[in-house]
Write a protein that binds this ligand. Structure first.
Ligand code: MLT
Ligand code: MN
Ligand code: ZN
Length: 309
């Protein structure tokens, strides 16, 4: 199985268009150690030719352009992208679907909750229903990924709910319970397999580690995991936001409740942070936080990273 990181950054990307936080300003000034990262997406292939896209970022057009494996190959109209899979309804994960118009066949996979959200937004009707087959996957069930015409891609997913939050633009302000109308199907994690016995996980958003999740991930070959923030309050401390990571549905990398601590005793081949917010210090190759993450056995993903499993 081949996994290509198309976009390593969280919503907004790095640098973010209107941001002068410490990180973005350093990038705008051309200081060393920083590289721009586009928004959250990976592409996975079992055969090295046909790909499933996992999340469709607003930067998808640019991501395709700089990834030759995703260029049209034969015939007048063609794309190696044969399926798209969504893990939630965040703007950084669905807006790129609009780039996939032009009557190109593919299978579009999401939970019923996210399929309903797409159906309710008529702008997504640019995905011609004669060509784009919307398919609903169920929690805790295996699903074989298929092209638009039903040809198997050689990839199987197991979909499971993870602690998270409804997309920002779908929050229910009338929900007095404090969880903004979030339901289980709003945020899922995925186990991706190609029949070789390898277990790859893609979890770009997760609010906390649970015993179930830890047990599931133990023994995995590769885990891509929510690396949005270094500390829960970093956006507030940097004066670029009023929300904590917890409020946004993301657990932080550092600290007692952080992902480094939560993964410490798990046996995992490669652990890789993805969905990095532009405020996160690990984006800088020379930052002490980056060295700390590396010492704990973690890698930081980057646009163009390729991982084999
Ligand atoms: C998130 O991951 O929390 C969202 O992508 C934030 C956003 O919608 O910008
Ligand atoms: Mn996001
Ligand atoms: Zn910034």
């Amino acid at each position: 199985m081949e996994i290509r990181v198309l976009g390593a950054a969280a919503g907004g990307g790095f640098p973010q268009w209107n941001c002068n936080c410490d990180n973005c300003r350093a990038f705008w000034r051309g200081e060393p150690g920083w590289e721009a990262q586009t928004q959250s997406s990976i592409a996975v292939s079992a055969d090295g030719a046909r790909y499933a896209l996992f999340n469709a970022s607003p930067d998808l057009r640019q991501q395709i352009e700089r990834t030759p494996a995703l260029h049209p190959k034969t015939g007048l109209r063609d794309s190696p992208i044969r399926a798209a899979v969504l893990t939630n309804g965040d703007v950084d994960h669905v807006a790129g679907l609009l780039n996939l118009r032009e009557s190109q066949p593919f299978g579009l996979y999401a939970t019923s909750r996210i399929q309903e959200v797409l159906a309710a937004n008529t702008v997504f009707n640019v995905l011609n229903p004669d060509f784009v087959d919307r398919r609903t996957f169920r929690l805790n069930e295996a699903v074989e990924l298929k092209e638009g015409d039903g040809t198997p891609l050689g990839l199987t997913l197991t979909v499971f709910p993870v602690p998270g939050k409804v997309a920002l633009w779908l929050e229910d302000k009338n929900d007095t319970s404090g969880n903004f109308g979030t339901v289980d199907e709003d945020t899922v994690g995925l186990e991706i397999s190609d029949g070789s016995g390898k277990r790859v996980y893609y979890i770009p958003g997760c609010a906390r580690m649970t015993d179930d999740l830890a047990a599931r991930l133990d023994g995995a070959d590769v885990v891509f995991f929510d690396g949005t923030l270094w500390t829960d309050d970093e956006m507030i401390r940097q004066n670029v936001g009023i929300k904590t990571g917890q409020r946004m549905g993301h657990m932080s990398i550092s600290g007692e409740d952080g992902s480094m601590a939560a993964f410490r005793d798990l046996n995992i081949g490669r652990r890789i942070f993805i969905h990095l917010n532009n405020t996160n210090p690990v984006l800088n190759r020379e930052a002490p936080e980056r060295a700390e993450v590396a010492a704990a056995g973690w890698e930081i993903s980057y646009d163009g990273m390729s991982v084999s499993a």
